[in-house]
Design a protein around this ligand. Sequence first.
Ligand code: CA
Ligand code: CA
Ligand code: CA
Length: 170
Amino acid sequence: MVSSEYERRIAARFAGFDQDGNGYIDREDFSAAAKGLLAEFGTTARSDKGQALYAGAEAFWQGMAGIADRDGDQRITRDEFVNGAVKRLRDNPERFAEIARPFLHAALDVAGKGGDGTVSVEDTARVIRILGVPEEIALAAAASLDGDGDGKVGEAEIVPAFARYFTVPE
Ligand code: CA
Ligand code: CA
Ligand code: CA
């Protein structure tokens, strides 16, 4: 039996991907997320970090479309998301991690100040808020990503957590 809590979480994940709120996920939503991150951290699209982020966003979109866009119209509807993406990615979270990793790697580069691929918990909260995690839980979510408690979040911490969040265990 599908619980209403599960339905609610699925709806929240869909809304996170559907950045412009037009009812489907498409390439524009991924480039909007990249644009939002660059604006948040004062990075230009032309910079190396900006270009890497857009390339990661495009790869993320292509990967999601390959999994979920069953009719090939370059849009992922809510039905395609629930019955394609969520089910298939839940069975194979490593696949989602592979798809999301280049984008997340580039996002950490944009947000990180030390150049060591890690980001403070506060700045991680800014990143995940832009990626659709609700404002009120973003800081707690970012803190929970810091598995080793050193106050910073790195790729090895964010990628699997992001996959868990978006694949929505029942
Ligand atoms: Ca959209
Ligand atoms: Ca479609
Ligand atoms: Ca850490």
